[in-house]
Design a protein around this ligand. Sequence first.
Ligand SMILES: [Zn+2]
Length: 410
Amino acid sequence: MTTPLINSARLWKSLDEISVYGATPAGGLHRLAASKEDGQARDYVVAAARELGCTIRIDALGNTFMRWAGTDSSAKTILIGSHLDSQPLGGKYDGIYGVMAGLELLRILHESKTETKHAIEVAVWTNEEGARFAPAMMGAAYFAGKFTAEELLVRKDVDGVQLGKSLTEIGYAGTDKVSPVEHQAYFEIHIEQGPILQDENLQIGVVTLVQGMRWFRVGITGQAGHTGTYPMETRRDALVAASHLIKAVQQIGLDQPLTGRATVGHIVVTPNSPNVIPGHVELMVEFRNPEIAVLDVMTASLNQALKETADKYGVEVESRQELDSATINFTQELVDLVEQAAASCGKTSKRMISGAGHDACQLTSVMPTTMIFIPCDKGISHAENESITQEWAADGAQVLVETVLAFDSK
Ligand SMILES: [Zn+2]
């Protein structure tokens, strides 16, 4: 069987059309989970899927499933998915591309009258970003059985609005029961959100794993005081101590060439006044690496740096680990399949790790799962100038179709 060719112009047009819901003046996207714009974007995709004869199901978390029927009713369903929500002032392709590539897959099957043994279902996962309601990857985690709907639907945004109420307002508080046991495997295609594919002029990233991550909340306590009267020599300035620690964290990342990621991205200075010596600083240290052993080394180095900071600046330092997310390996057989599919389509590819978390991470515990990456310009993501080319979008969608049809015919 020859794989039908996706319609590049149609895919590109659909990416354009859906990006009006939450479009920002700077060309980005502001479409928070369960917002009015999220509802409009879902309506757009659902209407398109209905035109193809797909059945629509919506579960209690608003996860939306668009089902293309297979010829063998005893075969489990192939699941494809991603998300339509964005970060505040985020980009038009993170997540959205994966859903639209899934829609293009359904469209090309319909148009080419291609029959599949397995049913194919494209999922829109609710609240991947976690920007409005915590935690991130919420809908996929619910689907994988990690939370109950009751505990998630009462989560509130900063204005005190509950997720459940927001989903009801946009018409996506569903009642369908959709269970992972119905599904055979999960495929997610996503922009890389990093620069590697573009730098190496490659079309496809064959994702093997999502790297592990650790978060530490660090508190540094010195002595607040008057900036005009208190001598420099005997100060215990918590922010000066923090600046030492931040440099040390950067070095911990640099000490793991190419793979180390070490960041202080959040800091709160108290009292944060121009004429008060900072008495207290709270900051978050984040480490990422594919190897647990390396994360252990980085953690040990952090403990050393915390001690040095305390000794050198006469401050009290405490640290608490708040997150320990293990490295997630994708299913070897599916990774191989994506690699073969890329080659069959004549696309260049390389195996790579994902630096970021994705809905797919949640699915690995309930079914064979893998991911496909396409390049994104300069690796910029979670920003309004996130961008991809029509060609990159089309290459990825073609490999997705090839992969899914190869899986279907096994
Ligand atoms: Zn995403």
